[in-house]
Design a protein around this ligand. Structure first.
Ligand SMILES: Cc1cc2nc3c(=O)[nH]c(=O)nc-3n(C[C@H](O)[C@H](O)[C@H](O)COP(=O)(O)O)c2cc1C
Length: 185
């Protein structure tokens, strides 16, 4: 099964993107396929309803990645108690066609201890896109982010407590995906 991960920071060494890369590696270890769509690396134009059918290559790639996926992970930095502008812009290119019936895990990185406002807002957007919000969500905040400040996922030394939480939430999400998306007998 395929999991699309949209990393929603427009920062080169973003902790939310490094956490996304870590999740991708763990997903592959669990024998699922992971595709990381990094919005810093793959810059999108501003969404305009006048250009719904745009053939911009990165927009086409984003739509195809989510369409092909069985489940989606949305990762955002917490900005002013909300999600990043680049992630909202990316989501505006997508519609219910891309999310219908797919489990979605919301993930945030915040300067404060935990980034709950952005997670709540992400879940509201997911509901409007007809995705299925995973019952759990994931946030790294404050000092927890230091494990994700290095650029190479192989070097992450994820702390015990946050590591346990990441693996527990991800295991639950993958089990939910397998349950919901399993081929009908
Ligand atoms: C414009 C801006 C607004 C921010 N607003 C908040 C906020 O409301 N709450 C918070 O906890 N952190 C806030 N922060 C801190 C970021 O959430 C924090 O640095 C986060 O780890 C950035 O994620 P990244 O490493 O993926 O870029 C803000 C940072 C910026 C640049």
């Amino acid at each position: 099964m395929k999991i699309a991960i949209i990393a929603g920071s427009n920062r080169k060494n973003a902790t939310s993107t490094h956490l996304s890369a870590y999740l991708a590696r763990q997903i592959e270890r669990n024998r699922f396929q992971a595709t990381l769509f990094d919005l810093h690396e793959k810059q999108l134009p501003f969404f305009s309803p006048d250009e719904y059918g745009t053939t911009h290559p990165q927009v086409v790639a984003l739509k195809q990645t989510v369409l092909d996926a069985d489940a989606v992970i949305l990762a955002t930095p917490e900005y002013h108690g909300s999600i990043s502008g680049v992630l909202k812009n990316a989501l505006d290119f997508l519609s219910q066609e891309h999310f219908e019936g797919k489990p979605v895990l919301s993930v945030s990185s915040a300067g404060g201890a935990v980034g709950v406002s952005s997670l709540q807002q992400l879940q509201a957007i997911v509901r409007n896109l007809h995705g299925i919000n995973a019952p759990e969500w994931l946030s790294i905040g404050g000092a927890q982010r230091r494990w994700f400040e290095t650029a190479t996922p192989d070097e992450y030394e994820v702390g015990h407590e946050i590591g346990d939480r990441i693996h527990r939430v991800l295991d639950h999400f993958l089990a939910l995906t397998a349950q919901i998306r399993k081929p009908k007998a």
